[in-house]
Design a protein around this ligand. Structure first.
Ligand code: F6P
Length: 317
């Protein structure tokens, strides 16, 4: 193998992973090209050469230096064949794909339907990749959201108010659960757990009668919206509410030390796997060791163990 390419989505730690892939590849005598704008760039033939210096000083930067985009065209056979022709025309013999379930599904197609050597690195704030404990970017997103929740707590306590904070995560409640636990929040509403709003409102009324004045309720975007929950709480309790929708700030920001180190380990391991011919899967960390996980079936879903964390949250709140 003489030349590999890297394709990415964006979240905290992706640049650190690009750096690790490039520097490991160069140290192994490989040339590296970056694919601009994800699968769109693969179809358009938009590549940039990367060397040791092109990844200097990016370890602490959020986002991705390669930019990214969603690609409808790559879903179809024509787009996939054009992408592959572009890869082959540039004598690229292996691909590292850094991203979440959508990006890894594309990687699985290239590997299983076209036999192209691909290694994935899970990177998503949703932390919803099946079989993977920690995706790059998830820890950074928890810390970004936690910083916001801590600030909301200051004003919620001072004004004795109820806040509903909406957290990202697509259809998965992992991010919301972590933020609620770390922020000492009173309630979390998740797609994986049915906490009826009537029960929540009854709890707030009861607490209010005892003199409890401020609440922070975290809602995962996959369950409901902050405004729907806040309206329901006000209607049922007569108490004033405020909302905060954290949105895309959770996908940005300087990566935490945890994500940078994870990125270093997985970027390094991805290149080693390509060189050793272990392809068609992801590298990830399990019990502190790098493991290789073959790409799963399309539509596989991660089932986070919400119950024990939810129980903990309720005991401590
Ligand atoms: O998958 C990452 C994520 O940030 C989700 O948490 C969110 O639902 C989605 O992407 C937002 O997508 P977009 O950036 O296209 O609005």
């Amino acid at each position: 193998m003489k030349k590999i390419a890297i394709l990415t989505r964006d979240c905290g730690g992706v640049n650190a992973a690009i750096r690790a892939v490039v520097r490991t590849a160069v140290a192994s005598g490989l040339q590296v090209e970056g694919v601009m704008r994800g699968y769109e760039g693969l179809i358009r033939g938009d590549f940039v050469p990367l060397d040791r210096r092109s990844v200097s000083n990016i370890i602490g930067l959020g986002g991705t230096i390669l930019k990214t985009a969603r690609s409808e065209d790559f879903m179809g056979e024509e787009g996939q064949k054009t992408a592959l022709a572009n890869i082959r025309a540039r004598s690229i013999e292996g691909l590292v794909v850094i991203g979440g379930n959508g990006s890894l599904a594309g990687a699985r197609v290239l590997a299983s339907e076209y036999g192209f050597p691909v290694v994935g690195i899970p990177a998503t704030i949703d932390n919803d990749v099946p079989g993977v404990e920690n995706a790059i970017g998830a820890d950074t997103a928890v810390n970004v959201a936690l910083d916001a929740v801590d600030k909301i707590r200051d004003t919620a306590t001072s004004l004795e108010r109820i806040f509903v904070v909406e957290v990202m995560g697509r259809k998965c409640g992992w991010l919301a659960m972590q933020v609620a636990l770390a922020g000492g929040c009173e309630e979390v509403l998740l797609p994986e757990k049915d906490v009826p709003l009537e029960a929540l409102c009854a709890e707030i009324k009861e607490g209010s009668a005892r003199g409890k004045a401020s609440w922070i309720i975290v809602v995962a975007e996959g369950r409901s919206t902050a405004s729907a929950v806040a309206s329901a709480v006000t209607a049922a309790t007569g108490l004033e509410t405020r909302i905060a929708v954290l949105g895309h700030i959770q996908r940005g920001g300087r990566p935490t030390a945890f994500d940078r180190i994870l990125a270093a380990r997985l970027g390094h391991a991805a290149v080693e796997a390509l060189v050793d011919g272990r392809t068609g899967g992801c590298v990830h960390l399990q019990n502190g060791r790098v493991e290789f996980l073959p790409f799963g079936a399309a539509g596989d879903k991660k089932k986070p163990d919400i119950e024990s964390d939810y129980h903990l949250l309720k005991v401590l709140s």
